[in-house]
Design a protein around this ligand. Structure first.
Ligand SMILES: Nc1ncnc2c1ncn2[C@@H]1O[C@H](COP(=O)(O)OP(=O)(O)OP(=O)(O)O)[C@@H](O)[C@H]1O
Ligand SMILES: O=P(O)(O)OC[C@H]1O[C@H](OP(=O)(O)OP(=O)(O)O)[C@H](O)[C@@H]1O
Length: 217
């Protein structure tokens, strides 16, 4: 009996864009997946040899890197923040578009030339690496949300957070002062599983073909 494949998908905003792409690759969750009252975290799919686990966006890479799941869909922000060696991200799914930015209160006094900054962020590793490239030491205050109110509360002079429409920055009196990286959601696979299980490489090719069709359209 071949072991079942586990596919980790993020709950939250990426999911709506991911489901149609997954369906075209033959990954379709059972009906119970769409029942909002259902608190299960594991779901069957129309493939007898595959189940889905629905987890927090920030945990998808961890499940796949440790082999608890063989495949996953996650934002490139999460991939870069954790930078797991056992993770491979072979396909850009062209969904979940946003970018990671530095922002600070509108009209804040210039701090050019500073060698040390305090930054409120959900992405301490990406933030430190970004400022290190400028010869600046970033002291990160780790938050998991609502970063935009950190400056006015004196928690940090600036933030690093995701931006798509820019509305949250604007509504909280912040302006973007630096662009760190563009972000899209990617198909990720566990490196060992890719080497040992032909079903994984077949799924990579299926998602790649879909992504190429989308970009050619
Ligand atoms: N405007 C956006 N804000 C946040 N994430 C976005 C945005 N646009 C696309 N994304 C992608 O969606 C992922 C996170 O989405 P979502 O906001 O649903 O979860 P989360 O808030 O990070 O996680 P959780 O709610 O479990 O803490 C990000 O990692 C990013 O790749
Ligand atoms: O540029 P915008 O379109 O305003 O989107 C950016 C906002 O979206 C995300 O928050 P989300 O709504 O995901 O809530 P979260 O803070 O729980 O992540 C992110 O943390 C920003 O706050």
């Amino acid at each position: 009996m071949t072991d079942s494949l586990t596919f980790a998908i993020p709950k939250g905003r990426i999911l709506d864009e991911a489901l149609p792409v997954m369906a075209r690759a033959g990954v379709v969750p059972e009906d119970a997946f769409h029942d909002k009252a259902n608190r299960s975290l594991t779901f069957a799919t129309t493939r007898e040899d595959m189940r889905l686990i629905r987890v927090r966006a920030f945990d998808v890479a961890t499940f796949v890197a440790h082999g608890a799941a063989q495949l996953g869909i996650v934002g490139s922000d999460v991939i870069e923040e954790f930078d797991y060696a056992d993770l491979y991200a072979p396909v850009d799914l062209d969904i979940g578009h946003c970018h990671l930015a530095v922002a600070e209160p509108k009209g804040a006094s210039a701090t050019s030339g500073a060698s040390h900054l305090r930054v409120a962020t959900k992405y301490p590793n990406l933030t430190r690496r970004h400022f290190e490239r400028q010869g600046i030491q970033a002291e990160c205050v780790k938050l998991n949300g609502a970063m935009e109110i950190a400056p006015e509360l004196g928690l940090a002079g600036r933030i690093v957070d995701l931006v798509s429409s820019g509305q949250t920055l604007k509504d909280n009196g912040l302006v973007e002062t630096g662009h760190i990286m563009d972000i899209t959601a990617r198909l990720i696979v566990n490196r060992a599983a890719l080497k040992t299980d032909p079903r994984v490489s077949a799924l990579v090719e299926a998602f790649r073909a879909i992504s190429e069709e989308r970009s050619a359209a």
